[in-house]
Design a protein around this ligand. Structure first.
Ligand SMILES: *Cc1c(COP(=O)(O)O)cnc(C)c1O
Length: 403
């Protein structure tokens, strides 16, 4: 399946999805974001740009990713047939490379020579450093000092790829401070620099751009399901951190009302504890990182610290398009705990020989709950957003003695 011209109706001209999204930034960033938006509109209308994007998705990333029928898992659970969209098979092991390649090409088209990004656990930093090496662009990744310490291997991977890693010393020295540092740098040198966003979040036009580059997932899955089963799936399930892998799967099914969409957030140690990251279930409308969304916040509107076993789901907000889908009832949002995710991860490993990322395992955990309640002929597609090699050490630390 090829990325083709843009046909989505969202967002509106100001970048809003209903009441969510928009652009809440200092005045000096307005013109920078306008330039990115114009560049994006012209890029997606240009056959040459789409051709180069599709070439890299195919030859470098390894697309299309498979739609795999998990026969033994489905039999074990009873009920619906479970298919896995294998984003774990992409080069670098997750879906993030899809929007990293797309945005790096966009940056090049805008005449930028340098890319900056922020990263928490380092996965987005590694994907960004990878595409910068591929396209011969300078790369600086901002990472909180605390995260650098916890994720030394990813820091080193970025350095191997030629990126500069800036350890951010301010605030709590984690992701939020790294985001602030990256925006400050963008304000300082807007001429030559492109800020490569890591999820379907941030000020307009970023949620739309990331959604566009990730929608290849749903376009492929839709065509693959029709080819294999001669019908559309009944339910789509994807994990939601910022929301990029989920919106990539969901958006191309938006106009198929018979297809249910379920986003799964991190319930951490439980929704009745403070240790979770379930912005849909427990958040309220607020502003973070330049956009409006459902947010886990304190009385002063500041994002509250959130927790999940999975670094990729550990975000206090959630992408604006998902907030809109939730309010209009087009998609549902549920949550899975750390323990449920680990159990689902081990179940898939042992029934299919596939070790999913702990993030993706949250989606799988919900599919495991749902499948037995469905009919045998029905179909669930689970987005397997990444592979679990990166999580082995942490699972061993927390659960090793029980394996
Ligand atoms: C980063 C990450 C996520 C969460 O990000 P989204 O933008 O919500 O998709 C999910 N799965 C994997 C494997 C990740 O690396």
């Amino acid at each position: 399946m090829q990325q083709t011209k843009k046909e989505r109706r969202f967002p509106d001209a100001q970048g809003f999805f209903g009441q969510y999204g928009g652009r809440f930034v200092p005045p000096q960033l307005e013109s920078v974001l306008d330039e990115v938006e114009q560049g994006f509109r012209s890029a997606v209308a240009d056959e040459g740009f789409l051709k180069e994007l599709n070439r890299l998705l195919s030859e470098y990333v390894g697309r299309p990713s498979g739609l795999y029928f998990a026969r033994r898992l489905s039999e074990r659970l009873g009920g619906a047939r479970i298919y896995l969209k294998r984003e774990d098979m992409n080069y670098t092991g997750a879906h993030k490379i899809n929007h990293a390649v797309g945005q790096a090409l966009l940056a090049q088209r805008l005449g930028k020579t340098r890319i900056i990004a922020e990263t928490g656990a380092g996965q987005h930093g590694v994907a960004t450093a990878t595409v910068c090496a591929l396209l011969g662009m300078k790369c600086t990744v901002y990472m909180g000092e605390e995260d650098c310490r916890r994720q030394q291997l990813n820091v080193f991977r970025m350095k191997m790829l030629g990126a500069k890693v800036v350890s951010v010393q301010s605030g709590t020295r984690t992701l939020k401070d790294a985001v602030d540092a990256a925006f400050e740098e963008l304000c300082r040198s807007p001429q030559d620099t492109y800020y490569l966003m890591g999820s379907a979040v941030g000020p307009a036009p970023y949620p739309e751009i990331v959604g566009f580059f990730q929608s290849v997932i749903g376009q492929e899955a839709r065509a693959q399901c029709l080819a294999l089963e001669h019908r559309l799936p009944d339910v789509l399930v994807a994990c939601v951190g910022g929301g990029s892998n989920a919106i990539g799967l969901f958006a191309p099914f938006y106009d198929d009302p018979g297809v249910r969409m379920v986003g799964v957030e991190a319930a951490g140690r439980g929704l009745d504890t403070p240790d979770n990251a379930a912005a849909m279930s427990l958040g309220t409308p607020g502003i973070v990182h330049g956009f409006r969304c459902r947010l886990i916040q304190d009385e002063n509107g500041q994002p509250r610290p959130v927790y999940s076993i999975s670094a990729g789901l550990d975000y206090p907000g959630v992408g604006p398009e998902h907030c809109y889908y939730r309010d209009t009832g087009r998609a549902e949002y549920v949550a899975a705990t750390d323990d449920e995710a680990v159990q689902a991860m081990l179940l898939l490993a042992r029934t299919e020989g596939i070790v999913p990322a702990i993030e993706s395992s949250h989606a799988l955990a919900y599919a495991c709950r749902l499948a037995p309640e469905m009919e045998r002929g029905q179909i669930i597609i689970v987005n397997l957003s990444g592979r679990g090699d990166k999580d082995a050490a942490e699972i061993e630390r927390l659960y090793g003695s029980r394996l």
